[in-house]
Design a binder for this molecule. Structure first.
Ligand SMILES: Nc1ncnc2c1ncn2[C@@H]1O[C@H](COP(=O)(O)OP(=O)(O)O)[C@@H](O)[C@H]1O
Ligand SMILES: [Mg+2]
Length: 342
């Protein structure tokens, strides 16, 4: 792809290709007359091409705000600082025009509810070819139709040609979500953001959808960030997992490290709740509720709900500490050295 930045230098060990997505120190503040809410508080992450990062955490932890900040669709009064680069291109210093152009071709997003992403009054063909033409200037109608068919085949919609003339209401929830994914990848994005992409679907459809994400992501060699509260989704899809609580990542590592050897008590709580939910098929939750973002406790934001908390946990927000290579956790009780969150 033309957006690749090749940083190869003889004798140096710098990565040959810029990561699909690199975010550093991202802060998102929603401002209104009632005050300011800091929904994302210094988040950093890197996703290589072909890599998958899952972000897990309870409702209200800032997961959607983070994705919306990356793609640039927050309300105009939102203040965003930090660094966001896609394929080596810095999104936050771009002109608004370039930023709009980057949407869909550099970074694209799939939302939770496929219904809101599709327009009920237009056929699949109309919506899909429009998405294609936005990213391929000068493409004619028949070429756009051919590409639309290819995309429907890529997202494994059976009888793709017949589906082109369908309206969204004539498709099942799973098929609609496939069309939404096809639209999101029409511009061959460097990175795809997916905000709880399977939550609105039946359990059986969810598993197929996750396999589809994996296949597409390999096929077009993009980075994928998938936000989910479902640890099964994270385990199935992700190379790395970030755990978000009260606007910050509190644990980060490979999916195996985080999901099988969690270090942060919050991650432990999420896994425990998930296991119990699986056993008796009922949703379970960590006791207590996440703090309101405008009334964070001093110290660790999880301390009021944490069974391990000691006095020092109220003394300041804990810095990330190294648990293992590539694995860190923002908990006082981890003995490792302080980590620089990458
Ligand atoms: N547009 C907005 N204006 C003000 N506050 C917002 C806005 N969007 C989200 N928030 C607040 O930011 C916090 C994080 O929300 P969100 O990112 O939706 O969490 P999650 O996706 O993890 O459930 C919540 O407290 C929410 O109320
Ligand atoms: Mg959300």
């Amino acid at each position: 792809m033309s957006t690749l930045t090749d940083t190869r230098q003889v004798g140096k060990t710098t990565p040959a290709i810029a990561p699909a997505l690199h975010v550093h120190g991202l802060v998102t503040e929603f401002r209104s007359r009632r005050g300011t809410v800091r929904a994302v508080d210094g988040v950093s992450l890197t996703v290589p091409r072909g890599g998958v990062l899952a972000v897990i955490g309870e409702s209200g932890s800032g997961k959607s705000a983070m994705l919306r900040s990356i793609i640039g669709i927050n309300p105009p009064t939102t203040l965003i600082t930090g660094e966001i680069s896609v394929g080596g291109r810095d999104l936050l210093t771009m002109s608004p025009r370039d930023r709009r152009k980057a949407r869909g071709s550099d970074v694209s997003m799939v939302f939770q509810d496929p219904l809101t992403a599709l327009d009920p009054v237009y056929t699949v063909e109309k919506q899909l070819t429009e998405a294609i033409r936005k990213h391929h200037e000068g493409i004619d109608r028949s070429q756009a139709r051919k590409r639309a068919l290819e995309l429907l085949e890529l997202v494994q919609i059976p009888s793709a040609a017949a589906r082109l003339t369908a309206y969204p209401s004539e498709l099942s929830g799973g098929m609609r979500q496939r069309v939404v994914i096809a639209m999101a990848i029409a511009g061959r994005p460097t990175v795809l953001l997916a905000d709880e992409p399977t939550t609105a679907l039946d359990v059986t459809v969810q598993a197929r959808m996750m396999r589809l994400f994996r296949q597409i992501q390999r096929e077009i060699d993009m980075g994928l960030v998938v936000v989910t509260h479902d640890l099964g989704v994270a385990a199935e899809l992700a190379d790395e997992v970030a755990v978000m609580y009260a606007g910050r990542f509190v644990e980060y590592g490979s999916a195996v490290q985080v999901l099988t050897a969690p270090s942060h008590p919050y991650t432990e709580g999420l896994i425990e709740a998930n296991v119990r939910a699986g056993q008796d098929r009922r949703p379970h939750a960590i006791p207590g509720a996440p703090p309101s973002l405008d009334q964070l406790p001093p110290g660790c934001a999880f301390a009021p709900r944490c069974g391990y908390a000691i006095g020092a946990c109220w003394d300041g927000r804990p810095a990330p500490r190294v648990v293992d290579a590539g694995h860190w956790s923002s908990c006082q009780l981890v003995r490792g050295e302080t980590a620089l969150a990458s």
